[in-house]
Design a protein around this ligand. Structure first.
Ligand code: MLT
Length: 386
């Protein structure tokens, strides 16, 4: 390739989802095809046990904060955490018939009406602080779980979220631990994943933060993106129903071969960028082995991890035969005591809005020496329909 040229576009590359086409810089995270996700240069495995507030600080400021700096940041966010009564009341009045992600997008637009300042930086911090209450409100409303309580300033980010969820059943320490882990590993996935790209594209028209995040959430809602965790869980459950929890690797291998021979989908494998197992999935598999090794779903998901890759690798056309993040997160949430798959994409969104909001601040206020990136406007070539 000529010097300075990052990517050459040929006609074969058109209508392929902009795969690999560089469009800008991402200051928060990077996805390496072989090393996986890193936040500000730190591999996700190193950060996955950290407190969410430390990781949000890292993404927002671009460096790890000292104990005092993170405590000050947390205090600032705690001051911003309460939504106005009108916001929570309007979210509680949303129809329960729709998909939870539709309620999420509508709730963000509502939050923008009552809470928006029109300043990207302020709105970024405000929305990150308010997300646990907004999302608890969405789930409580949609599930019919009653009035959403106020956040408690003495509680941590995800502890507060779980506190405000009126879910039936026990809120165990394992559940909170898994919610923290799930939250941290889903904040960001570089700049080009669909939800992030769409959120930033909408903000490039100078739409405000809440509207841009509502667009991000609708982009995340589809089964190829944020809803994949729910679909993968359904797949793991169907395999469990078919082979039982004491299945051997050979049973799973046979089943996968049968599915492929019958043109059926095998869920939870492959990624547009990655060419190894998703580093976030590895973190979750390790966590599950340590805490939920005897859970039937976890047992099946772990067998699918090895047997699925083994079979898919035989097909040279499959560029990434390894498990992605969605292969295991649903089973992990079930094992931890959150058996509401309908809301798994919402949990993804609760997390993803953090990274997108910070990336929007960069693109609107910092990129190109503070001028910001221009409105997104790629080129489409004219082609007559056949
Ligand atoms: C994500 O976390 O956004 C997904 O892995 C999809 C992607 O990176 O394209």
């Amino acid at each position: 390739m000529r010097e300075g040229v990052l990517f050459e576009i040929t006609k074969d590359g058109l209508e392929t989802g902009l795969r690999g086409v560089p469009v800008g810089y991402c200051v928060t995270s990077f996805v390496d095809a072989y090393k996986g996700l890193s936040y500000v240069g730190r591999p996700i495995a190193e950060l996955s046990n950290r407190d969410p507030m430390e990781v949000i600080y890292l993404l927002y400021y671009g460096e790890m904060g000292s104990k005092e700096q993170v405590a000050r940041f947390q205090k600032d966010l705690n001051h911003r955490a309460h939504c106005k009564e009108a916001t929570i009341a309007a979210i509680a009045a949303l129809p329960r018939q729709g998909a939870p992600m539709d309620v999420f997008a509508a709730a963000l637009l509502i939050a923008g009406m009552f809470e928006g300042t029109g300043n990207y930086r302020e709105d970024c911090l405000n929305v990150i602080a308010k997300l646990p209450q907004i999302v608890a409100g969405i789930i409580n409303t949609h599930a019919g779980w009653g009035t959403t309580p106020q956040p408690k300033p003495e509680m941590g980010y995800m502890e507060n979220f779980v506190h405000m969820l009126n879910m039936p059943g026990k809120k165990t320490p394992e559940l909170i631990q898994v919610m923290r882990l799930f939250n941290v590993i889903h904040y960001d996935h570089c700049g080009g994943n669909l939800s992030t790209f769409v959120g930033k594209a909408v903000a490039s028209g100078l739409e405000h933060m809440y509207g841009s995040l509502a667009a991000c959430i609708t982009a995340l809602a589809g089964p190829r993106h944020g809803r994949a965790n729910q679909d993968c869980l359904e797949f793991v459950q169907s395999v469990l129903d078919e082979v039982g929890e004491n299945a051997k690797p050979a049973d799973i291998e046979r089943l996968i071969r049968e599915k492929l021979a019958n043109n059926k989908l095998v869920f939870g494998f492959g990624h547009a960028v990655l060419r190894v197992e998703d580093a976030r999935a590895t973190v979750c598999y390790n966590y599950c082995q340590k805490h939920f090794a005897t859970n039937p779903l976890v047992k099946i998901a772990s067998l699918l991890r090895t047997e699925g890759s083994k079979v898919l690798k035989e097909n040279p056309k499959i560029s990434d035969p390894y498990p992605n993040i969605d292969a295991i997160t649903g089973s992990m949430l079930m094992a931890a005591g959150f058996p509401y798959p309908n809301y798994y994409a919402v949990l993804f969104g609760l997390s993803r809005c953090v990274g997108v909001a910070i990336q929007i601040v960069y693109e609107r206020l910092e990129a190109r020496d503070g001028k910001g990136t221009p409105i997104i406007r790629p080129l489409y070539l004219y082609k007559a329909r056949k």
